[in-house]
Each structure stands twice: as structure tokens, then as C-alpha cells.
Design a protein around this ligand. Structure first.
Ligand SMILES: [Zn+2]
Length: 95
């Protein structure tokens, strides 16, 4: 079972966000939670990998893969919902 994950983690602005797996350095993209960023050309430092996981990205990732949400993440109902995030994501990956 070597299922390719659709996303990967990318440290950005104090948190680890999820971005599309096939993003490449210098590419301008959008995280699953809607943050815009440019993929850095240097690998994230060990310290950056210790940043807290972005719960919005984690939630969107789980929804995309059909992974059940842990209980403590079910109360993220404010702001744009996961459906909106996924819509943004699919738009940003076309073409
Ligand atoms: Zn995020």
C-alpha cells in the first residue's frame, strides 16, 4: 500500500500548513486553510518543523482523504468552512 498523499506539510508563518504535494520551490500556491504563500527554495529547518500544525489545514486534509476528525477539531465552525477551502484548492490547482 503506497498510496500517494495528495498534500504535504509546509512550515509557513509560524505554523505547519498543508499544501498540494506537487507544489515546487518558487511556486505561488494556497494552503488548505486559504493562506497564500510561495514555496521556499530552501528546506524547512528543524525548528520550523516543530511549529504547531495548522488545525484548519489538518481538518481540510482529513476531509479530503476521508479521515475522521479528532473530537477537539470539530468546533472549527467560524470562518470559511472546509468546503470553501477545498473549492479554493481545486481552483488553484487547475492549469
Ligand atoms: Zn493552514
Amino acid at each position: 500500500m503506497t498510496t500517494q498523499r495528495p498534500f504535504r506539510w509546509q512550515p509557513h508563518d509560524g505554523k505547519r500548513h498543508a499544501v498540494h504535494h506537487d507544489t515546487f520551490p518558487t511556486q505561488h500556491t494556497t494552503t488548505l486553510c486559504g493562506e497564500e504563500l510561495t514555496i521556499p527554495t530552501t528546506r524547512a529547518t528543524k525548528q520550523q518543523w516543530c511549529w504547531p500544525t495548522c488545525t484548519d489545514c489538518d481538518t481540510a486534509w482529513r476531509l479530503a482523504e476521508g479521515i475522521p476528525l479528532p473530537l477537539q477539531q470539530r468546533r472549527t465552525t467560524n470562518g470559511p468552512g472546509p468546503a470553501h477551502m477545498l473549492a479554493v484548492l481545486s481552483h488553484s490547482t487547475r492549469g
